[in-house]
Design a protein around this ligand. Structure first.
Ligand code: GLU
Length: 252
């Protein structure tokens, strides 16, 4: 039984790549009798906007992708981590030297001490939903930022804490986010959080291979809707591997 989630950042309107990700997670949940959860990753105050949150609800509704449980909005959970997660945290950052000069001139930020973390937890492994097993390599683990003065928890930290809190056991996301998995798995080991399976899916690109990005004026789902596209049919077609004219699949 899969508990999957779609976790968009409300920093722009959704595009076809998001539709694929959400549809895959939704199908995995529905076919296994599990749950499909929606989480709004709005911890970056400079880039998140309320109208994009509304846009996410609108676009998912149009695609016919319903979710279970109330939406988890990360900015409303900034006192996390707590409970079991907090007791398991080994305090890896506690030994940071307190350098007043650096404190005065640079924004505060907490980083993972990756060498201590690896001593404690070892190189993390993860499992893809298709059964392939991976072991992280040393160069994939850095001193990741865990929190900053202007962001109470980094993407890595908030992602693993919120996935665990919601009981997510299948993380569905684009393969462009695969480089995040080693550090997130390490964080799970350090925090004593359960290990989900991962489905890092292929990406949707422009027909010439360019990534769908706001700066490239990627057509949004909103624009497709306004152009008369039927959202439910679109979701079914992407899941069947068919893309509208002008788009292509890419593995990375
Ligand atoms: N919030 C991330 C994004 O919109 C996705 C994070 C994830 O699925 O782990 O790209």
């Amino acid at each position: 039984m899969h508990l999957s989630r779609f976790a968009p950042s409300p920093t722009g309107r959704l595009h076809l790549g998001h539709a694929f990700s959400a549809a895959l997670g939704h199908r995995a949940a529905r076919e296994s009798g599990g749950k499909f959860l929606l989480r709004i990753e709005d911890l970056d105050p400079t880039r998140s906007r309320p109208e994009f949150v509304e846009g996410i609800y609108e676009d998912l509704g149009w695609l016919g992708l319903d979710w279970d449980e109330p939406v988890l909005v990360q900015s409303r959970r900034t006192d996390a981590p707590h409970g079991d997660a907090a007791t398991a945290y080994p305090g890896t950052c506690r030994a940071l030297p307190d350098d007043p000069e650096r404190r005065a001139t640079t924004p505060h930020c907490w980083r993972l001490d990756s060498s201590k973390a690896l001593d404690r937890a070892g190189l993390p492994t993860w499992r893809e939903a298709d059964g392939r097993e991976f072991t992280a390599t040393l160069d994939q683990i850095g001193d990741a930022i865990l929190a900053r003065k202007d962001a109470p928890a980094s993407y890595h930290l908030s992602c693993v804490v919120d996935d665990a809190a919601a009981g997510v056991n299948l993380v569905v996301r684009g393969c462009d986010l695969r480089p995040s998995t080693p550090i997130q798995r390490l964080s799970q080991l350090l925090l004593g959080l359960p290990e989900p399976a991962y489905l890092h899916h292929k990406l949707v690109t422009h027909a010439d291979g360019r990534r769908l990005a706001k700066r490239d004026f990627a057509p949004t789902l909103a624009a497709m809707r306004e152009g008369g596209t039927d959202g439910r049919s679109l979701a079914a077609e992407i899941l069947a591997g068919k893309l509208p004219l002008g788009f292509a699949w890419s593995q990375s």
